[in-house]
Design a protein around this ligand. Structure first.
Ligand code: UGY
Ligand code: MN
Length: 246
């Protein structure tokens, strides 16, 4: 935090199509299911997003769980720390996708920082509901993207019709980026995990760095290139594989 007497500058941007939200701007909230945890609510329908995203810091020795709201699926990613999910050990990079109704209870050994995304699951006729996935990013293969090994993509959720959600981790060598401006119906909630770069959102370029959260709404023009000395990495969610609800 800057000294209290200094002028306040911020890279924060909120528009109807996108939001750039550096973490310093979020005051902590509390959640009944996570007593003692520091909660940042990153995105909600009030912002324009079709989902809710949270960053929840559970203190060492603490515990928490989400309510089993009907029809709501939950994705989690361990940003830092150690703990357990329903008896499975968690370390930085562990993740899970839980179908509606599945238990979602966490305990923290060290302080556990959880990125959580929740959205209404969209069933599809003739497609069986999915079962819970619990895994670790180190077990997910990384593949060159757009025909260059300088950009690597890890798809944490299998690319199968059972799932209406994709969650990917992108890693860009400095100087490399998306070679196009994408414009698509799918929304993204993105957390920059490492490094820095320049994001184009709604036709404007803006600097981004580790710990920034970005919401990209439907049809928000978007592009990115990495700057700095180390690869820039971000994790992002994307609604996929379903007809448009009219
Ligand atoms: O999967 C995507 O839509 C991805 N290429 N978008 C993004 O990184 N902004
Ligand atoms: Mn995109």
């Amino acid at each position: 935090m800057r000294p209290h007497q200094s002028l306040v500058h911020s890279r924060t941007r909120v528009t109807q199509q996108f939001a750039l939200l550096p973490l310093e701007g979020f005051p902590f909230s509390r959640l009944p299911g996570f007593p003692g945890a520091d909660v940042r609510i990153l995105a909600t329908p009030a912002l324009g997003a079709g989902f809710a995203e949270y960053l929840i810091d559970v203190p060492a020795g603490g515990a928490g769980q989400f309510d089993s709201a009907e029809g709501i699926e939950t994705f989690f990613y361990v940003n830092a720390g150690t703990g357990q999910f329903e008896g499975t050990p968690l370390t930085a990079g562990s993740f899970g996708l839980l179908p509606p109704g599945a238990p979602a209870a966490f305990t923290a050994d060290e302080k556990l920082s959880l990125l959580i995304m929740r959205k209404r699951f969209q069933p599809a006729a003739g497609i069986k509901p999915f079962e819970a996935i619990i895994n670790h990013e180190r077990r997910v293969p990384s593949a060159p993207w757009a025909e260059t090994y300088k950009i690597q993509l890890q798809m944490l959720i299998p690319d199968e019709l059972q799932y209406d959600l994709a969650v990917n981790i992108f890693a860009f060598t400095p100087g490399f980026g998306l070679p196009i401006v994408e414009t698509h119906v799918m929304e993204h909630g993105a957390l920059i995990l490492q490094g820095k770069g320049v994001y184009q959102l709604g036709g404007e370029w803006m600097e981004v760095e580790k710990d920034d959260f970005i919401w990209m709404g439907p049809f928000c023009p978007q592009s990115f290139y990495a700057t700095g000395e180390q690869p820039a990495k971000y994790i992002y969610t994307k609604d996929v594989n379903r007809e448009i609800v009219l």
